[in-house]
Design a protein. Structure first.
Lengths: 301, 376
C-alpha cells in the first residue's frame, strides 16, 4: 500500500517533469549559450569568440561580455531593414496562404467523409520529398526558359519570357507552396468540427451565403486561422532557404543576414545577436496573441 | 375559442401552404413520395411519423434546404421553387437549436433582424419583447454554452419568432428536454402560437406531443401521408393498422367478416367463441374478407364475474401481468388462443375491496362502438 502510493506520487511528479526537462535541455540551455555568444567579441580562434567560459576566472569572463553587437545592430540600418523586410514578406505570405489555404481547407471539410482522410494525406504527401529538392524544382519552373514560361507561351498568354525568378514574387510563390500544409491542416481541423446546421440557421434567418460565411464561418474558424497564421508567419520571418534559392540577391531577409554573418564573415557573436533579435521579433506577437486569447476565453467560458 | 377553428372543413378556405404532388428522391431512395397536403393559416400542424418516414425532408423542403424532385410547394400565392432559404418568409427552430456559439443570447435573437436591415433601436425593442416572451430577460448577455438545455430551447424559439415569420417550422422542438419540462413547454408553445396567431408546423416522432399540441396531425409513413385529421379522429378513427398501432396503445384482433346485421358487422375470430359485433358503419366490407379489429385498452372492461346471458363481445382469459401506474392499472390478459390483450382501468378510488389478481380467470368485454374495423 505504502509502496504503491509512493510510486504513484513519484510518477505524478515525474511525468510533468519530462517536457520541462526536454525544453530545458534542448531549448533553454542552447538559448543561453547563444545569448552568451551574442555578448562576446569575435576572435580568430577556436571557438571564434572570446571570452571563453572558465571556472577559475568568472569575474574576468563576465567583464569580457558587452552589448557591442546589439549596438551595431541598432546603428547599422541594414539589420533594421532586413528585419522589416522579413516581417513584411512573412506577413504578405501569411495573407496569401490564408487566401489560398482557406478554400482548400473548406473544400476538404465539406468533402464526403470517406474522402477526407485521403485529402489530408494528399496535403501531407509533399513532405515525403526533401524540402530542398522541392524548392529547387521551383527554380526549374520559374526560370526564364522554365516550364511556366514555356506553358504560358505555348497557350499564347504571353509573348515574352517571364522574369519571375530572383524576385520577391518567386519568394512568395515558394513560401506559399512550402508552408501550405501548415495553414491548411489547422484550418481544416476547426472547419471540420463546425456544425453545418449553424450555416443553415443563418440562411434561414435571412443571411445570404456570402454574409453567413463572414458572420458564422470565419468567426468560428478563428482558432484555426490564428494557429495556421502563427505556424506560417513565425518560420517565414526566419526563412533562409527559399529567399536564398528563389529570391536572388535583391531580396533582403534577416535569415539570410544571419547566414552570411555566421558562415561568410564567421562572426559568431554578431550572428548570435541577430538570432536573439529575430527571437524578440517573433516572441512579441505570440505574447500579444496569448494575451488576447486569454481575455477572450475569460469573457466566454 | 379554439374549438371553432377548423378551416380545413371549409371548402372555400384558401390554404396557406400547399404541397402538390411533391416527390423527393435522394439517389435511389425516395424520401417523399407524390405527397399532397394543405396547411391553413393559424394552424398548429404536426407531421408525425417514425424516423425515416420523410417528415423532416418535407419540412426542409418548406424551409428551402432541399429542392423537390417533382411537384410544387406554394406559400400564400408564391411558388417557392427556386426561392433560396434566406428569401422565404419562413423560420425554423432546429432540433439541435443551432444557436451561434460565438454570440450572446441577445445577439442570437437579433441576428435575423439585422439581416433585414432593421434600425438598431427597433432591433433592441424587438429583442427585449422576445426575451420577455420566453422569460429570459436576465440571461440576455449569456452565451449559449452558459445555458441549460431548456434555456437554449427558449433562445432558439425566440430567435425563430423574432422576424415574425408567416410560418414557424419546429423540428422535434421538445426532443432534447426531460419529461416534466417537455409537458410544460408543450402548453407554452400552444399559448405562444395562439397569442401570436402564427402558423406552426411541427415535426415529431412523439405521438403524445402531437396529440397534445396539434390542431391537425398528418401521420406519415414511407414518404406518404397515411391520414390527416384532428388528434381525436386520428386516435378514435385510425384509417390503417399502422396508425392505430403508432398512435397510442391498441389491441388488434384479426378475423374474417361474417356478415352485417342491423347495421352492425359480425366478425369471426379465434379470440372469442361468438363472433364479435362491431359498430363501424363507414366501412364497406364483404363476407369472408380478412379484417383487423382495433380496440383501445381503456375502452375494454375487465371483470371477474361472468357477464350476463346475451352479453356481446366477451373474451375470456387469465391475468398474465399487472402493471400499476398510479393513475392507471394495466392488465395483460392471456386469451385461450395465446393472444395477449392489454386492458387499462382508471384507479378512480384509492382502495378496492378485492382487486383482480395474477392468474385469475377474467372476462374482458367491449362495446360495439368501442372498436374500429381496419380492412387488411
Amino acid at each position: 500500500m505504502m509502496d504503491r502510493s509512493l510510486t504513484r506520487r513519484l510518477t505524478a511528479g515525474l511525468v510533468p517533469a519530462v517536457p520541462y526537462l526536454w525544453l530545458g535541455l534542448l531549448f533553454l540551455v542552447p538559448f543561453l549559450i547563444v545569448l552568451k555568444i551574442s555578448l562576446s567579441d569575435p576572435a580568430v580562434a577556436q571557438p571564434p569568440y572570446k571570452p571563453v567560459f572558465e571556472w577559475s576566472d568568472i569575474s574576468g569572463f563576465l567583464g569580457g561580455l558587452d552589448l557591442e553587437n546589439f549596438t551595431l545592430l541598432v546603428e547599422d540600418d541594414l539589420y533594421f531593414r532586413a528585419t522589416l523586410s522579413s516581417v513584411r514578406i512573412a506577413a504578405v505570405s501569411t495573407l496569401l496562404l490564408l487566401i489560398v489555404g482557406f478554400p482548400i481547407a473548406y473544400g476538404m471539410a465539406r468533402a464526403p467523409e470517406r474522402y477526407r482522410s485521403l485529402l489530408v494525406a494528399a496535403i501531407i504527401l509533399p513532405f515525403w520529398t526533401s524540402f530542398l529538392i522541392r524548392i529547387y524544382a521551383w527554380v526549374a519552373i520559374l526560370k526564364p526558359e522554365g516550364l511556366l514560361t514555356q506553358a504560358l507561351m505555348g497557350i499564347g498568354l504571353i509573348s515574352e519570357p517571364l522574369d519571375i525568378l530572383n524576385t520577391e514574387t518567386a519568394v512568395y510563390i515558394g513560401i506559399v507552396y512550402a508552408y501550405l500544409p501548415f495553414m491548411v491542416l489547422p484550418l481544416y481541423a476547426t472547419l471540420e468540427k463546425m456544425d453545418d446546421t449553424l450555416l443553415e440557421a443563418a440562411l434561414d434567418l435571412g443571411s445570404t451565403p456570402w454574409r453567413s460565411f463572414w458572420t458564422i464561418t470565419v468567426p468560428l474558424a478563428m482558432p484555426g486561422i490564428i494557429a495556421g497564421s502563427l505556424l506560417c508567419f513565425i518560420p517565414a520571418v526566419g526563412e533562409f532557404v527559399i529567399p536564398d534559392l528563389l529570391g536572388g540577391s535583391e531580396t533582403l531577409m534577416i535569415g539570410r543576414q544571419l547566414w552570411s554573418e555566421f558562415f561568410s564573415n564567421r562572426d559568431w557573436p554578431l550572428a548570435s545577436a541577430v538570432a536573439i533579435l529575430l527571437l524578440i521579433v517573433l516572441v512579441v506577437p505570440i505574447v500579444i496573441y496569448r494575451d488576447v486569447e486569454a481575455r477572450r476565453v475569460e469573457a466566454r467560458p | 375559442m379554439r374549438r371553432s377553428f377548423a378551416p380545413w372543413a371549409n371548402p372555400d378556405a384558401k390554404p396557406l401552404i400547399r404541397f402538390e404532388n411533391v416527390t423527393k428522391r435522394f439517389g435511389e431512395s425516395t424520401a417523399v413520395d407524390h405527397l399532397s397536403l394543405n396547411i391553413f393559416e393559424g394552424e398548429f400542424f404536426c407531421l408525425l411519423g417514425p424516423s425515416g418516414c420523410g417528415k423532416t425532408t418535407l419540412m426542409r423542403m418548406l424551409a428551402g434546404f432541399e429542392t423537390p424532385t417533382e411537384g410544387t410547394i406554394t406559400l400564400g400565392d408564391q411558388n417557392l421553387a427556386g426561392v433560396p432559404p434566406y428569401r422565404r418568409p419562413v423560420n425554423m427552430m432546429f432540433q439541435s437549436y443551432a444557436l451561434f456559439p460565438h454570440m450572446s443570447v441577445e445577439k442570437n435573437i437579433a441576428f435575423g433582424l439585422k439581416q433585414d436591415g432593421m434600425p438598431k433601436d427597433q432591433i433592441a425593442d424587438r429583442v427585449g419583447e422576445m426575451l420577455r416572451l420566453v422569460q429570459l430577460e436576465k440571461l440576455a448577455r449569456r452565451y449559449p454554452s452558459q445555458l441549460s438545455g431548456g434555456q437554449r430551447q427558449r433562445v432558439a424559439l425566440a430567435r425563430a419568432l423574432a422576424k415574425k415569420p408567416k410560418v414557424l417550422l419546429l423540428d422535434e422542438p421538445l426532443g432534447a428536454l426531460d419529461k416534466k419540462l417537455r409537458e410544460e413547454t408543450q402548453f407554452e408553445l400552444m399559448d405562444i402560437q395562439h397569442d401570436l396567431h402564427m402558423t406552426f408546423v411541427v415535426v415529431t416522432h412523439d405521438q403524445e406531443e402531437a396529440m397534445t399540441m396539434a390542431d391537425r396531425i398528418a401521420v406519415m409513413d414511407h414518404g406518404r401521408i397515411v391520414q390527416v385529421a384532428t388528434p381525436g379522429e386520428i386516435y378514435e378513427q385510425p384509417k390503417t393498422r399502422f396508425i392505430a398501432e403508432f398512435v397510442g396503445d391498441v389491441n388488434i384482433i384479426e378475423g374474417h367478416v361474417q356478415g352485417q346485421e342491423n347495421g352492425l358487422w359480425r366478425v369471426k375470430t379465434s379470440s372469442a367463441e361468438a363472433p364479435l359485433t362491431i359498430d363501424d358503419p363507414d366501412e364497406v366490407l364483404h363476407s369472408g374478407q380478412p379484417v383487423a379489429i382495433a380496440v383501445r385498452p381503456e375502452k375494454m372492461v375487465i371483470q371477474r364475474d361472468p357477464p350476463g346471458p346475451g352479453a356481446i363481445n366477451v373474451l375470456t382469459g387469465e391475468v398474465w401481468d399487472i402493471g400499476y401506474l398510479g393513475d392507471w392499472t394495466v392488465y395483460r390478459v392471456k386469451l385461450a388462443n395465446g393472444e395477449i390483450l392489454r386492458v387499462t382501468r382508471a384507479n378512480a378510488s384509492r382502495f378496492v375491496e378485492s382487486p383482480i389478481d395474477w392468474d385469475e380467470q377474467v372476462y374482458v368485454t367491449f362495446a360495439p362502438d368501442a372498436a374500429v374495423i381496419l380492412a387488411e
